[in-house]
Design a protein around this ligand. Structure first.
Ligand code: GTP
Ligand code: MG
Length: 358
C-alpha cells in the first residue's frame, strides 16, 4: 500500500518524507529539487499495540508500516503534461492514497512562485492540475467507450453511463471522489483517477498545530480532512537530543504526541486497511496491515508462508479483551479466546495466534 506526496514545489514534501520515514533525501530552497520518486517505509503508531505489549510485558513492539513515495512538485500546466508534470502524474496514479502538502510556513529564504503564503490558493492550483489530468484521461476513454457502445460491445453501455457521470463531475471542477454513483466511483478507482483517491491535506506550518478554518473548509468541500504539522520544526526536534527536544516541545506547547505520529495514523486510515496483531506473549508484539475481507489463512501467510500452507486454526481474541485478561493463558481460562478456521474473516483489532503444521 503506497501513500504518495503531492503538492507544489517547495511545499515541504521531502521534508515531511524525511521526518516520517527517517530517510535522508535532499531538502532545498529551490523548486523541483525532487525529480525521481523516492520510497521509504513509515511506521504507523498504534496505541493498541502498546497496550497489548504493556499488559503482557512484551519488550519488542513492531508497528505496521506503509510505503511513502516522495514525488516531484506540480506546477501550473502539469495536468496537461507540461514540465515534470507528466511523469509525476503517472507516478501519482499508482498510489493508493495521497497526502497533499500545502505550504503554510513563511520562510523568506524559500521562494514561492507568487511570492505569498496562501494555503488554500496553493491547494486549489494543484487540485486544478489533477482535475485537468483526470479529465483528459477520462475524455480519451470516453471516445473509445462511445465507439464500443455504438457497435454493441459487451459492457460498454454500463461503462458509458458511469464515465459520463465522472466527466460531468470533472467538468464542473469537482473531484471524482465526490461522485455519488457507486459504479462511477468503482470505475474511477479502476482508472486510478487522481481526484478519486482518498486524500489528506497537510498544512506545513511555522508552529501552528491546527490548519486554518479556510483550509479545513476547503478540504471538506473536496471530501477530505485537513491536518497541520510544523514539519521544519519537527525535523529540528527529531535531530536534537531527546531530552532537550522534549523540553523545547513543552516550552512551545507542542503537546506530548509528536505530530508526525498523528499524521501517519490519519494517513493510514485513508488506506482503509484492517489491522490485526500478533503477540500472545514475549518476545514480540506486532501490528499487521491487511485488506478488508482477508481470511485467517491468508492473514497467517503475511506472517510466514508456512503458516498459510500448514494452517490448522487461529486462536483469536479482540485486542481489548486480551488487555483486560492480562495474558493469553488467562484469556484461555476465562473462555474469551475463540478458535477460528481458515475462512474466518479477520476483524479490526483481532489478536491471532496461528496453529499450523508443516
Ligand atoms: N521554515 C520552514 N521551512 C520549511 C518547512 N518545510 C520545508 N521548509 C523548507 O522549504 C524548502 C523546500 O522544502 P522541500 O522539502 O525540499 O520541498 P519539496 O516540496 O520537496 O520541494 P520540491 O522537491 O522542489 O518539489 C527547504 O529549504 C526546506 O528547508 C517548514 O515547515 N518551515
Ligand atoms: Mg522534494
Amino acid at each position: 500500500m503506497d501513500l504518495g506526496l503531492v503538492g507544489r514545489a517547495n511545499a515541504g514534501k521531502t521534508a515531511l518524507f524525511c521526518l516520517v520515514t527517517g530517510a535522508e533525501a535532499e531538502i532545498a530552497p529551490y523548486p523541483f529539487t525532487t525529480r525521481e520518486p523516492a520510497r521509504a517505509m513509515a511506521d504507523v503508531p498504534d496505541p493498541r499495540l502498546q497496550a497489548i505489549a504493556d499488559a503482557q510485558d512484551i519488550p519488542r513492539r513492531v508497528p505496521a508500516q506503509v510505503q511513502l513515495v516522495d514525488i516531484a512538485g506540480l506546477a501550473a500546466g502539469a495536468g496537461s503534461g507540461e514540465g515534470l508534470g507528466g511523469a509525476a502524474l503517472g507516478q501519482l496514479r499508482q498510489m493508493d492514497a495521497l497526502i497533499h502538502v500545502v505550504r503554510a510556513f513563511s520562510n523568506a529564504e524559500v521562494p514561492h512562485p507568487e511570492e505569498r503564503v496562501d494555503p488554500v490558493a496553493d491547494a486549489e492550483a494543484v487540485d486544478l492540475e489533477l482535475v485537468v489530468a483526470d479529465r483528459e484521461q477520462a475524455g480519451r476513454r470516453l471516445e473509445r467507450v462511445r465507439k464500443g457502445a455504438r457497435v454493441g460491445e459487451a459492457g460498454a453501455g454500463a461503462e458509458l453511463a458511469a464515465l459520463e457521470m465522472l466527466v460531468a463531475e470533472l467538468d464542473a471542477g469537482r473531484p471524482a471522489r465526490l461522485v455519488e454513483d457507486e459504479a462511477a466511483r468503482a470505475l474511477s478507482a479502476d482508472m486510478g483517477l487522481l481526484t478519486g483517491k482518498p486524500v489528506l491535506y497537510l498544512a506545513n506550518t511555522d508552529e501552528e498545530l491546527e490548519p486554518s478554518p479556510e483550509l479545513t473548509a476547503y478540504a471538506a468541500a473536496q471530501g477530505a480532512q485537513a491536518l497541520a504539522l510544523p514539519v521544519g520544526l519537527e525535523l529540528e526536534l527529531a535531530a536534537m537530543d531527546p531530552d532537550e527536544a522534549a523540553e523545547l516541545a513543552e516550552e512551545m506547547e507542542l503537546g506530548s504526541v509528536r505530530g508526525a505520529d498523528s499524521l501517519m495514523a490519519a494517513a493510514y486510515r485513508l488506506l482503509d486497511l484492517v489491522t490485526f496483531f500478533t503477540g500472545s506473549g514475549p518476545p514480540e508484539a506486532r501490528a499487521w496491515p491487511i485488506r478488508r475481507g482477508t481470511t485467517a489463512a491468508v492473514a497467517a501467510g503475511k506472517i510466514h508462508s508456512d503458516l498459510e500452507r500448514g494452517f490448522i486454526r487461529a486462536e483469536t481474541i479482540p485486542w481489548d479483551a486480551l488487555v483486560a485478561a492480562g495474558s493469553w493463558s488467562k484469556a484461555k481460562e476465562n473462555a474469551s479466546l475463540r478458535m477460528e478456521g481458515r475462512d474466518y474473516v479477520v476483524q479490526e483489532g483481532d489478536v491471532l495466534q496461528v496453529r499450523f503444521n508443516v
